[in-house]
Write a protein that binds this ligand. Sequence first.
Ligand SMILES: Nc1ncnc2c1ncn2[C@@H]1O[C@H](COP(=O)(O)OP(=O)(O)O)[C@@H](O)[C@H]1O
Ligand SMILES: N[C@@H](CCC(=O)OP(=O)(O)O)C(=O)O
Length: 270
Amino acid sequence: MSAICDSTRIVVKVGTSTLTYPTGHLNIRRIERLVTVLSDLKNAGKEVILVTSGAIGVGAGKLMMHQKPSDMPTKQACAALGQSELMYIYDKYFSEYNHNAAQVLLTRDIIEDSVRKENVTNTIERLLSLSVIPIINENDTVSTEEIEFGDNDTLSAIVASIASADLLIILSDIDGFYTSDPRKNKDATLIPLVTHLDADTFAAAGTKGTEFGTGGMTTKLHAAQICMEQNIAMVLLNGSRPDQLYDLFDGKSVGTLFQKTEQEECICQN
Ligand SMILES: Nc1ncnc2c1ncn2[C@@H]1O[C@H](COP(=O)(O)OP(=O)(O)O)[C@@H](O)[C@H]1O
Ligand SMILES: N[C@@H](CCC(=O)OP(=O)(O)O)C(=O)O
């Protein structure tokens, strides 16, 4: 079991609720801070892969919709519109630190189709060897699974697995995994370390917290399950404070760490 601070290849997933205001428009200050911290970690020698949600929310914001669209074609249209805005912003801020960012749009079937899997692996490996930051989202035009289930969390775990990452960091709008949804239960307490997943763990996970979030805690646990099966550590952190990434690599306990101990088996939940 390696220490978090020794992780060199890291996947960072950021959710819609972290990237956007309740209006649906981009939270520019937060994105700028996140890009600054990721650029700094890259300068320190980490290989960084960013999995970003937010395309639908940003597209809806651009079209002045005050609620996330409910029908699939409008969601897909919003994703297509918002994705280019997202990439524009990431490219602009990463460029300020002399880092190159590349757009990679994926569908979840990359793990089932060996040819596609190899193509994705090769592309990510070559981008990293060229010192480029892959910025990954679901291709919402050709696949609707993540839109339906809000499952970029699972996609980020699949990416961590395919890229043989040491660590997946999921940035959300909450400080970590609690004994129950703290928005609904004021007595809920933060769980700093989860070493195995069982039915009780999944029972503690509730649905999304805000209008623009989608997966809620269940999809984050599914991501943790994939990571733990691959012996990849996963940390759930509050994305409103990207500086916490420094604390994490300084060895401080922040958020919730999901890491299987060597003796323990991950109990799967289907
Ligand atoms: N046990 C739990 N611990 C923490 N948060 C929980 C839990 N159960 C449900 N939630 C909810 O999950 C939300 C995060 O998921 P989501 O709204 O999909 O955000 P994101 O856009 O970051 O994926 C939190 O705001 C919280 O309300
Ligand atoms: N591809 C979609 C991702 C949807 C999704 O999983 O959102 P989130 O729950 O905020 O991670 C988008 O960019 O809006």
